[in-house]
Write a protein that binds this ligand. Structure first.
Ligand SMILES: Nc1ncnc2c1ncn2[C@@H]1O[C@H](COP(=O)(O)OP(=O)(O)O)[C@@H](O)[C@H]1O
Ligand SMILES: [Mg+2]
Length: 260
């Protein structure tokens, strides 16, 4: 984690309404420079909606998001893309293109008539392909990839974007266990601020802080083990939980049992 603690992203009373329904309500949240913040909550609690609001894909119905102190709505899309990369839960299909083409898209916000594609862009793309273990598949067509390979390509695209902030919506969802661990380790080691929606609460324990959403409201925010306590897990997720200690290295892990 960085020694800086200036908020890079701030939500103030952030709400999103859609067709008369309140999907997100009054979220106050400061994302700190360099931290990894896990976003957890049951299905439909608003994690994906919050991520879309944080990067301007959705506009707030009330309240605001600030990026480095400026309202997000004041930024041009390209200026946001130079600072924030997003890997969405359901990524668009890019049927006709190769893995390398998909990762090259990450360079788009940095290109212009005055800054055409250069050797530095090639270097960034190759580094990103290597980081997500896709160098050997770089010529493969998108439609021929497995769900996990697509997920890794999207993460590679986001890394090639060289953002200061990386927003990831359930990035480990389609991945085998080896790639889950390598992707999580990778994004936590990157010198960037990360907000990661996660279902696996044991993976959330490895982040710097955890934010819990329930029915569109932020109900807890803080150090993982202070937030993910048995009472909250029962109330919010409807499961009994307790901590176990790994005899190998003393790491504390959550174990769950069905309630009732
Ligand atoms: N575009 C939309 N239209 C209607 N309802 C939506 C839309 N986007 C999200 N929702 C609803 O908002 C709630 C929160 O959704 P979402 O943010 O996807 O939750 P999560 O990612 O935590 O599962 C859900 O009840 C979902 O059905
Ligand atoms: Mg979601």
């Amino acid at each position: 984690m960085s020694i800086q603690h200036a908020p890079v992203l701030t939500c103030t009373q952030l709400s999103w309404r859609h067709q008369g329904a309140t999907i997100l309500e009054g979220v106050d949240l400061q994302v700190r420079a360099g931290e990894s913040l896990a976003l957890v909550g049951p299905n439909g609690s608003g994690k994906s909606t919050l991520i879309k609001l944080l990067c301007g894909v959705l506009a707030a119905s009330a309240g605001e998001v600030r990026l480095f102190g400026q309202p997000l709505s004041d930024y041009l899309r390209r200026d946001i893309a130079q600072r924030i990369a997003v890997v969405e839960q359901h990524s668009e299909t890019l049927d006709a293109i190769s893995v390398r083409d998909a990762v090259e898209l990450g360079r788009t916000p940095w290109l212009s008539a005055l800054a055409p594609w250069s050797a530095e862009d090639d270097r960034q793309v190759e580094q990103a392909l290597q980081a997500v273990d896709l160098t050997h598949l770089s010529k493969r067509r998108w439609h021929s990839l497995s769900g996990g390979e697509r997920q890794r390509a999207q993460i590679g695209r986001a890394m090639a974007q060289q953002p200061q902030i990386l927003l990831l919506d359930e990035p480990t969802n389609h991945l085998d266990i080896q790639h889950q661990l390598s992707i999580l380790g990778l994004v936590q080691r990157l010198p960037v601020t990360t907000v990661i929606a996660l279902h696996d609460l044991n993976q959330a324990l490895t982040c710097d802080r955890v934010a819990v959403l329930d029915k569109g409201r932020l109900i807890a925010l803080g150090a993982p083990e202070e937030v993910l306590v048995p009472e909250l897990l029962l109330q919010t997720f409807g499961v009994h939980a307790h901590y176990l200690v790994d005899p190998e290295d003393g790491t504390r892990l959550l174990r769950f049992r069905p309630a009732g």
